[in-house]
Design a protein around this ligand. Structure first.
Ligand code: GRF
Length: 217
């Protein structure tokens, strides 16, 4: 199964995917391309170190959203992509990409959806909002992507405690290391093992033995 990983920033989630793949924890997965929306994203360096082909599709330079969508689609098709993984990718994918790869695009969001998600909720903001609201648990969610922000069927979630002394930054770090970097590789593995089914806008996770012989999404 070929995966394309889309990034915009530091690439810690990309790193977790590459590490898991190197340790044969993802099953039959090849990272066929990394696509960055920013030319200076550190994620690019991480991909180059692992000899993974990188393409920069700069949001700044390609300002027409339809042109961006067109180039994204052709890059994904050229890389023979089965699954698109948004790993800290900060733009909304266009309608053509979303419909071509329906239920084959996954995103990691740093909160327990439906809390602290939607437009503008990226970077430190979901964590700031969690602290401001005084929630006692937060976490991360891997979900399929549809045309709205953070709205598609939920695949996996993992929670951590929020402590009195937490700052948005300390919570962000805990969510990244204990949740995001754990459930994103795990979701990829489940998809590679044909264990993820979407029914009525909900994900059903199959036990290993029930997945045998099933067609991939
Ligand atoms: C992560 O918190 C991710 O959930 C969010 O962007 C942040 C950056 O991640 N969407 P990364 O280090 O670039 O993987």
């Amino acid at each position: 199964m070929n995966i394309a990983v889309l990034v915009s920033g530091g690439g810690t989630n990309l790193q977790a995917i590459m590490d898991a793949n190197r340790n044969n924890q993802l099953g039959n997965v090849c990272i066929s391309i990394v696509i960055s929306s920013k030319p200076d994203a550190y994620a690019i360096k991480r991909a180059e170190i692992e000899n993974i082909p990188v393409l920069v599709l700069s949001k700044k330079e390609i300002s027409d959203p339809r042109e961006y969508d067109r180039r994204m689609l052709s890059a994904l098709d050229r890389a023979q992509t089965d699954i698109v993984v948004l790993a800290g990718f900060l733009s909304l994918l266009g309608p053509d990409v979303v419909s071509r790869y329906e239920n084959r695009i996954i995103n990691i969001h740093p909160s327990l959806i439906p809390a602290f998600c939607g437009p503008g909720m990226y970077g430190i903001r979901p964590h700031q909002a969690a602290i401001d609201r005084g929630v006692k648990v937060s976490g991360a969610t891997v979900h399929f992507v549809n045309r709205n922000y953070d709205d598609g069927p939920i695949i996996l979630q993992k929670a951590v405690c929020v402590f009195n002394e937490d700052t948005p930054e300390s919570l962000q770090l805990r969510v990244m290391t204990e949740c995001e970097q754990v459930i994103l590789p795990k979701a990829i593995r489940l998809i590679a093992e044909n264990r993820v089914i979407v029914e009525n806008n909900k994900v059903i996770l199959l036990a290993e033995e029930d997945a045998a012989g099933k067609e991939r999404l």
